[in-house]
Design a protein around this ligand. Structure first.
Ligand SMILES: Nc1ncnc2c1ncn2[C@@H]1O[C@H](COP(=O)(O)OP(=O)(O)OP(=O)(O)O)[C@@H](O)[C@H]1O
Ligand SMILES: [Mg+2]
Length: 368
């Protein structure tokens, strides 16, 4: 789940988030469709494959009753738990493939159902953001939100089910007997995730994810990546200016240094987080790991000087996939992560450029 944090900044400037709730509570015992505006509104800039998505004016989601989701998960059975995060528990549930109506457990199509732990008002806000932001987005590299339940004090979300779980599950699994992800698959995941972020950043609303990390990249049966968790997402500032947020939130290790230190949030703050994930993909090492020798606890601090060294950069690469890639391709990927991790956000590439570089790396075949 990572080390999510919330810290108050001393700054008095309010954040410019668009958190107005456009949904309404379910009527107990009924399922419904919610579509207030109808039709498409702004699509993002359509340059390149990264921006092949749409933004709806309002969320278009199925409304479930709590009883529906109880039935669909066999009363939130403990063996249907898919995982636990900061905001709640994710269960496996079942719905009808066509109507998305809840089914008996074990029949129809599997979905992932997140039940929020409503211990604080903060969690209500996270739930609303997910509905109001993710509920309006459609892109091949963003997880699809199918519906929600808002009944009395219960808040749940229903997502498409991602068969292969999260990227973190694959990168950091304990069992050394399991084959690590191949170079080709790692590159495919990096490209897809970069396209998802590029879509968010280049869309008319300039959405900043704010919690991009390996556990928030979910994988389908063919390892196609989709970005999840929009609870902390914000609409970006225009003209390259930053937000100043009064509350700094995110995950230690992945959050950009300028954001953690000052509360200044840029579109390029997500680019930093992407650089961290790219380095984790290349090295198969967690960004923060206190079990590593001292001096290596933080992957970024440890790797930065190595990555810029002509002969030492390769020491950071995961030895288990050695021989699967050309050294030119690996060097370019390592350099790209270094650029994303620049201290100065203005020096980081845009996600559109990141996509282009990764696509070019993908064409580099291994030397015979
Ligand atoms: N749509 C989904 N399909 C399949 N598995 C999922 C889905 N969503 C979440 N999961 C599983 O549930 C786990 C918990 O997800 P969740 O997003 O709640 O927490 P997290 O990503 O680990 O941490 P955070 O709360 O900081 O995002 C994920 O790691 C993943 O294994
Ligand atoms: Mg998550």
């Amino acid at each position: 789940m990572g080390n999510c944090f919330v810290s108050k900044m001393g700054n008095s400037n309010p954040s410019i988030s668009d958190r107005s709730i456009t949904t309404g509570p379910s009527t107990a015992g009924t399922s419904n469709n919610y579509n207030n505006g109808g039709g498409y509104s702004a699509t993002s800039s359509s340059e390149g494959t990264c921006c092949d998505g749409e933004i709806w004016p309002t969320p278009t989601l199925k409304i479930y009753s709590f009883a529906d989701l109880k039935k669909s998960t066999a009363n939130f059975k403990s063996d249907s738990v898919l995982g636990r995060g900061v905001f709640g528990t994710v269960y496996r549930g079942w719905v009808d493939k066509k109507t998305l109506m809840p089914c008996q457990f074990g029949t129809g199509m599997i979905v992932a159902i997140k039940k929020f732990d409503l211990e604080s008002m903060q969690t209500y806000t996270e739930w609303e953001s997910e509905v109001n932001i993710l509920g309006r987005l459609s892109h091949p590299n963003l997880v699809k939100l199918l519906g929600y339940c808002w009944e009395y004090t219960e808040r749940l979300l229903v997502y498409e089910f991602m068969q292969k779980g999260s990227l973190a599950d694959h990168l950091f699994r304990e069992n050394p007997a399991i084959e690590p992800l191949s170079w080709d698959i790692r590159l495919k995941i990096a490209i897809g995730a970069a396209r998802g972020l590029a879509f968010l950043h280049t869309s008319e609303k300039q959405i900043i994810h704010r919690n991009f990390k390996a556990s928030n990249i979910l994988l389908d049966v063919n390892y196609n990546p989709k970005i999840s968790n929009f609870s902390l997402a914000q609409l970006g500032p225009s003209g390259g200016n930053s937000h100043v947020t009064t509350q700094v939130v995110g995950t230690y290790g992945y959050a950009a240094p300028e954001y953690v230190a000052t509360g200044h949030l840029y579109v390029k703050s997500d680019v930093y987080s992407f650089g961290v994930v790219l380095l984790e993909i290349l090295s198969l090492l967690r960004v923060l790991d206190l079990s590593r020798p001292s001096g290596q606890h933080n992957l970024i601090d440890w790797a930065r000087p190595l990555l810029s060294h002509r002969r030492k950069w390769e020491t950071i690469m995961d030895a288990r996939i050695e021989g699967q890639y050309s050294s030119q391709a690996a060097l370019q990927a390592a350099n790209l992560s270094l650029r994303c991790l620049e201290h100065d956000p203005r020096k980081r590439p845009s996600m559109k450029e990141v996509v282009e570089v990764l696509e070019q790396i993908e064409t580099m075949k291994k030397e015979p």
